[in-house]
Write a protein that binds this ligand. Structure first.
Ligand code: FES
Length: 113
């Protein structure tokens, strides 16, 4: 469904990232969201309010629907974050129980749900 408009370049200029346990190779400067779309992994998070699977909407940093966990850190905007070599990206699943245990996770974009 999605394909990169960047021509494949010298392999030394490619960046390898892992998205939900799948290895993806993309061009430097690619956003995490674009890498996810190229890998067919378009679900960014699960809503803690209604457990719906969410995905990027605006792709420009406004809606906060693209929150993912990057290298173990939650609440990172996939549409604004560029990939880096060896980056680990996972779908963000924050439940009411994890929010109760970690109140700093309360602002996950759930205000938009
Ligand atoms: S898709 Fe809207 S903030 Fe990232």
């Amino acid at each position: 469904m999605f394909r990169s408009v960047t021509k494949q370049q010298d392999p030394k200029t490619e960046v390898q990232v892992t998205i939900n346990d799948s290895v993806v190779v993309v061009a430097p400067g690619t956003t995490v969201w674009a890498a996810m779309a190229l890998a067919g992994e378009t679900a960014t998070r699960v809503s803690p309010v209604n457990q719906q699977v969410r995905s990027a909407y605006c792709a420009m940093g406004v809606c906060f629907e693209c929150m993912v966990e990057i290298d173990g850190m939650p609440n990172r905007q996939a549409c604004l974050t560029e990939v880096s070599e060896g980056m680990q990206v996972n779908r963000q699943v924050i439940t009411e129980a994890t929010i109760a245990a970690n109140p700093q996770l309360a602002h996950t974009g759930a205000e938009n749900d």
